[in-house]
Design a protein around this ligand. Structure first.
Ligand SMILES: NC(=O)c1ccc[n+]([C@@H]2O[C@H](COP(=O)([O-])OP(=O)(O)OC[C@H]3O[C@@H](n4cnc5c(N)ncnc54)[C@H](OP(=O)(O)O)[C@@H]3O)[C@@H](O)[C@H]2O)c1
Length: 326
């Protein structure tokens, strides 16, 4: 039986590469030969027991994967089909993407969207899907290109960079806030019209200030929300998906009750399948970032994976790092 490498968390919560076989994989409907995966902040957290990201050990880590079906009991996902899987319990309560082979429940597996290669799908990965889901939800809430500037926080990171590129591609005026002064040129090339220092979006504000942004995409959370909610224009929205800057915040009710501002919670992992398919389909079309090769700042080999997971925990990854598995 074929032996292949998988990056596992074991019963003692130690992580590392192991040689395994199909017999070590949990039962499932679709066996996939994995070609690419990626590095998300959650992948970094998953290597730390105290984060409680991983709920079941031993398991293969990695919340994203792209590859080819090799065996399947689902006629909709036949052998040879190129597929992706992101979110659900991938790499947290079930097997993940840092492996050459994996077996998954059919519900977790999507055919590769038209307009994307497997590699491009992993430059996007969970980060890109999350940015796209936020834009999609905010558009449903009235966001439109001529409605005024849109803020993106944590702009040099995965979700942030991808959101900047997608919004600019759709014709929005993007203001990007970053704690990395050296990221200015990069963010301008992605399409940001203005760069704001991180302090500008974490400074405390009065309960209501003059409306500046029609919307904001916020992977940082914590002190950002009390600072930006008072500056969202009437009827605008904030797509909140992260806690990179902190989990708690205190604010007032006034932006919500006097300006009708909406705080939209964005959860990529358990996004319902019809919405998931719709957003992934847009990622191959109108939401496809224009600068995928600028966004992918490193392509890691298996040997470099641990370094990547450590680097994202330190907040030092610009854009997206992907992992080559084959
Ligand atoms: N809800 C969901 O479904 C979902 C999906 C994906 C990601 N997320 C969350 O979104 C966040 C970003 O994920 P990611 O994979 O894009 O991570 P990432 O690549 O590390 O990006 C995070 C960015 O946040 C900024 N940042 C880092 N430390 C900070 C701090 N202490 N205070 C303020 N800003 C800080 C940095 O950007 P600058 O240097 O440019 O400021 C960093 O690049 C994480 O909290 C992640 O868990 C949630």
């Amino acid at each position: 039986m074929e032996r292949f490498p998988a990056f596992m968390m074991d019963e003692r919560y130690q992580v590392g590469w192991k040689e395994i076989t199909d017999e070590d994989l949990p039962p499932g409907d679709v066996t996939i030969r994995v070609k690419w995966s990626s590095i998300n902040y959650k992948d970094g957290l998953a290597t730390r027991k105290e984060s409680r990201v991983v709920r079941k050990v031993p398991t293969i880590l990695g919340i994203d994967l792209a590859g080819k079906v090799v065996e399947s009991s689902d006629p909709e996902l036949p052998p040879g089909l190129e597929v992706i899987a992101t979110g659900y319990d991938l790499g947290t309560g079930g097997p993940g993407g840092y492996t050459q082979r994996v077996r998954l429940p059919r519900e977790w597996v999507l055919p590769l969207p038209r307009g994307l290669s497997l590699r491009e799908a992993m430059i996007l990965g969970t980060a890109g899907f999350t940015a796209a889901l936020a834009i999609h939800r905010m558009e449903q809430n009235g966001l439109r290109p001529d409605g005024g500037p849109v803020l993106v926080t944590g702009a040099s990171g995965g979700v942030g960079s991808l959101a900047v590129d997608m919004l600019a591609g759709l014709g929005y005026t993007v203001e990007a806030s970053s704690g990395d002064p050296e990221a200015e040129g990069y963010l301008r090339r992605l399409g940001a019209a203005q760069i704001l220092p991180r302090e500008e979006v974490t400074r405390p504000q009065r309960p209501l200030e003059s409306g500046r942004w029609q919307g904001a995409i916020d992977p940082v959370g914590g002190p950002v929300l009390p600072s930006i909610l008072p500056r969202i224009r009437p009827g605008g929205s904030v797509g909140l998906m992260g806690n990179r800057g902190g989990a708690e915040f205190t604010t007032t009710v006034f932006p919500f009750i006097l300006r009708g501002v909406s705080l939209l919670g964005i959860d990529s992992a358990y996004c319902p399948r019809p919405l998931r398919e719709e957003v992934w389909s847009r990622l191959g079309k109108d939401l496809k970032p224009r600068h995928l090769e600028l966004l992918v700042t490193r392509e890691l080999s298996r040997d470099e994976l641990e370094e990547g997971l450590q680097t994202i925990l330190e907040g030092k990854i610009r854009g997206r790092w992907i992992v080559r598995l084959d």
